[in-house]
Design a protein around this ligand. Sequence first.
Ligand code: NAD
Length: 350
Amino acid sequence: MKMMEKPGAVRVGIIGLGGIARTHLEQCRAMGDHVILQAAAEADAGRRRQVCSEYGITHCYDDGISMMDQEELDGVIICVPPFLREPLIRCAVEKGIGVLCEKPLATGLEEGRRILDICRAHPEVPVLLNFKMRQGGNFQRAKQWMDKEAGRPTAILARYALVTDPDIWAPPRWFWDIKASGGLLIENAGHMIDYIMWIAGKADMIWGYTKQKSIASLPEDYMRKSQTEDHAVIVMEHEGGCTTTFVNTICYPGNRDGSIEIATSRGYFLEISECVRLRIRKGEEILAEYEEEPYGIGDGYTLKQFIEVLKGGEKGWAATAEDGYLALEAAVRARESARTGNWVHIREKG
Ligand SMILES: NC(=O)c1ccc[n+]([C@@H]2O[C@H](COP(=O)([O-])OP(=O)(O)OC[C@H]3O[C@@H](n4cnc5c(N)ncnc54)[C@H](O)[C@@H]3O)[C@@H](O)[C@H]2O)c1
């Protein structure tokens, strides 16, 4: 990695200035002297002008490779749609620029493996993935309870449900093109799959069910062309013996919800609801209850970990490219199972 001109601050560039980029830009702002927001790349000229002027970014480019060729950067935040990641990660890693990449790692396994190969060839360059669940305070507390006291997960019930009502959450248009996004299982389920494998270990076997339901805000022929499932159920058998049942949908008529219930080997029961509450029970006795920040605030925390890593610190709980590949693999295999109706063996039972 290159030397920093200003002690204590890292020079960061950001690629793609759409929805999620604002979370990272706000977090950069909040980190004040620790971060120099040095450059940005955005393909859309109007958006580039607007966002760069809002955040006072004067080195602006229409593509990320030119930005990395011309700027002296310590790190880059990649926020373009999933199918555009590979050349950007390759360029950054080969130049020794650390990467914080939005999930998912890739849109398919071959692309994912190529990205992993680049990362493995340059282990000195940090590459972090921004998965939402593992950065949430209560999700981290639950992990700490299991590590210290509650034991390993034996059974997990999880739900990640969103509604496509444009007033609440309307996915960007590329989301519906499975080649661009990877589809629901890769693009959206990955958040929860990553958390589950973080606490319960890799999946040895996976079973999946997927469906494309009609969504009011999108024309039906468009939905048919997109081939993207928007409703899925996954069952995973993990290497440590845990069984997970996970429902992922973006056709949910209620409030959005990221929730998980975890039964553990020492008889504990951990419930996280909507990323807001965590309750720990043993039998009927409630041992602890935590309130948490509103849903979604955790998005920015990986940026803090990233800056820490760029300064030579530890990555802590943050997900790596290896974690990103595991989530991608589980999603792809679940879709394969949904097509055949059979369980898919991902690896020998551990
Ligand atoms: N971690 C989270 O919770 C979370 C939340 C939302 C989105 N995401 C992820 O972030 C990524 C982006 O999602 P979004 O909602 O911000 O999408 P978006 O469509 O709002 O923004 C993407 C931006 O990238 C720009 N772009 C496209 N090609 C480009 C190129 N070659 N060079 C530079 N800019 C280019 C587009 O013009 C657009 O402004 C996706 O991978 C998505 O899965 C993560």
